[in-house]
Write a protein that binds this ligand. Structure first.
Ligand SMILES: [Zn+2]
Length: 528
């Protein structure tokens, strides 16, 4: 039984996983969701996704999806039609069925505005059509009109309080619309003046990409020594900094349930035991992103347990909409905002809100670090496309635009992850953008072949104005099922050099054969 057509499930996939509880997915969604993370898994390479390729969810969706034919399989639709005594209220006007069908056609070609027009007309013609309110909410979400989405889904709640996926849709819309409202009022207000940061203060940061030290689900995915030594050889590289950042690719909890694996087979739901948090703390981790497609793998309870575990260890985190990690080092107040291509988190795909959030954080911090989890995945996703990057029907961000927008808004360093491979580095306005740091410590079923087994600790020093001062790559690689080691052969360095020259011939960082990162033009050293 499905609450929505396959097509719409695919379109709305970006809402799955991530910072808040994943929406209770329909059968179609949970299939698509696990397919959307092929390179987290053991699939041999991104060439392998054949069985998990977009064709699988998308192709059958198209013919099956059209509203009229989908109506019989969508529980809401027949119910709504039965309740609606006036399916053709306007003489000569289009009936609600036709308007609904037109809206679905518009969504199929991702024409959100046409979909909004059709579904709105449908709700006017037949106010009790639950399916039109429901899909209108999704159409609004595609253009980040969250308060409109919220009011449509609130209407669905009135008509059918037990509608599948409703609670999670409402949570997402409430979070995003309240953040948008808050940011609108911040933007119009005058910032309180902040004291100047200490002269000559510097900040040394070390950052890595995906970290998942082992999962208690399914069985057999914990390291043999229960992870005690997993970070032993790389800990000295991580600790040697004022601030150490990781992307925590999965929750830290001992409870919760996953909805990702209801169908069995390949499924990628992670849950590291809370005791593993200590290993992160021992390795010097100060900052964690929980904005990614695995933080919600075991639901809301588990997400909260993760946050409580990190809090108890003194590791600051950012992930859900509006959350910011704040730390003080060397007299500097530093804010870290973690974004993801899901509206359950600080949202990559809403650039205006992302920029407004950075501006508001900059008002009461000296330095702002932006982390993002975005981009396609795997060994075929090494290069950064221009424009929105699609992966299994999901918009994984227009990353060149996003990164520049957050720097325009005041970000001082941008740290990317998500593709499970490293990517290029660019300078923009004297700020470094690392588009992907790759897999760092990903134990169990991750594909670690070729570039997916290579990682790096990115070492960066910023001045008190947030300007880049120095940087370098400390190469790592994973051994066995995913134990990170320093890599004296430095295999990741030529890869970053090549990708940077391919993707940013004019603005790329200069990466030396020794891994030292420098901008093309010297950065002015004005008064600090
Ligand atoms: Zn991920």
């Amino acid at each position: 039984m499905r609450s929505r057509s396959l097509l719409l499930s695919v379109l709305a996939l970006s809402a799955l996983g991530g910072c808040a509880t994943a929406r209770g997915p329909s059968v179609a969604e949970s299939e698509s969701a696990s397919r959307s993370q092929p390179t987290d898994s053991g699939s041999a390479s991104s060439a392998a996704p054949a069985p998990e390729a977009p064709a699988a969810p998308a192709a059958p969706a198209a013919p099956a999806a059209p509203a009229a034919s989908a109506a019989p399989e969508a529980p809401a639709a027949p119910a709504a039609q039965a309740q609606d005594p006036h399916p053709n209220p306007l003489p000569g006007g289009e009936g609600a069925d036709a308007l609904y069908a037109r809206g679905v056609e518009a969504l199929k070609v991702k024409d959100a505005n046409a979909a909004i027009d059709s579904f709105s007309a449908c709700t006017r013609a037949a106010p009790s059509r639950i399916d039109c309110h429901w899909e209108l909410g999704w159409a609004y979400s595609l253009v980040n009109r969250w308060s409109d989405a919220l009011s449509e889904w609130t209407q669905v709640q009135k008509l059918d309080p037990n509608h599948p996926d409703l609670e999670d849709a409402l949570t997402q819309a409430r979070g995003q619309s309240s953040l948008q409202q808050k940011l609108a009022s911040v933007d119009s207000g005058k910032p309180a003046p902040r004291p100047a940061p200490p002269k000559n203060a510097r900040l040394r940061i070390r950052a890595v990409g995906d970290v998942m030290l082992g999962s208690s689900f399914p069985e057999g995915l914990l390291p043999p020594d229960d992870g005690v030594a997993s970070l032993a050889t790389v800990a000295p590289l991580l600790r040697d900094a004022d601030l150490t950042f990781i992307n925590l690719e999965g929750p830290l909890c001992d409870n919760g349930e996953t909805k990702k694996c209801r169908k069995g087979g390949n499924c990628y739901a992670f849950r590291s035991p809370t005791r593993y948090g200590k290993y992160l703390q021992d390795a010097g981790v100060d900052l964690a992103s929980t904005a990614n497609n695995h933080s919600g793998d075991f639901g809301e309870l588990c997400r909260r347990e993760t946050e409580a575990t990190l809090d108890a260890l003194g590791i600051r985190w950012s992930g859900p909409a509006g959350t910011v990690a704040t730390v003080e080092r060397n007299g500097l107040r530093i804010g870290m905002i973690a974004f993801h291509t899901s509206a359950n988190c600080n949202y990559v795909n809403d650039t205006p809100s992302a920029a407004a959030l950075v501006r508001s954080v900059k008002q009461n911090h000296d330095l702002v670090l932006v982390s993002f989890h975005g981009g396609a995945e795997g060994s075929k996703a090494l290069n950064i496309p221009r424009g929105p990057e699609m992966f299994f029907g999901e918009n994984r961000g227009n990353l060149r635009v996003f990164t520049h927008a957050v720097i325009d808004a005041g970000a001082d360093l941008v740290l990317g992850h998500g593709p499970h491979v490293v990517r290029a580095m660019e300078f923009y306005k004297d700020r470094l953008i690392v588009y992907s740091m790759g897999n760092f410590a990903t134990y169990g079923t991750f594909n670690l072949k070729g570039p997916q087994g290579l990682g790096m600790v990115v070492d960066v020093e910023l001045d008190s104005q947030g300007r880049f001062r120095s940087g370098r790559i400390l190469p790592t690689r994973q051994e066995g099922r995913g134990i990170p080691q320093p890599d004296p052969s430095g295999e990741v360095i030529p890869l970053v050099r090549r990708l940077t020259s391919e993707d940013f011939p004019d603005t790329g960082a200069i990466v030396g054969t020794d891994g030292v990162i420098t901008p093309r033009k010297a950065i002015a050293t004005g008064a600090e």
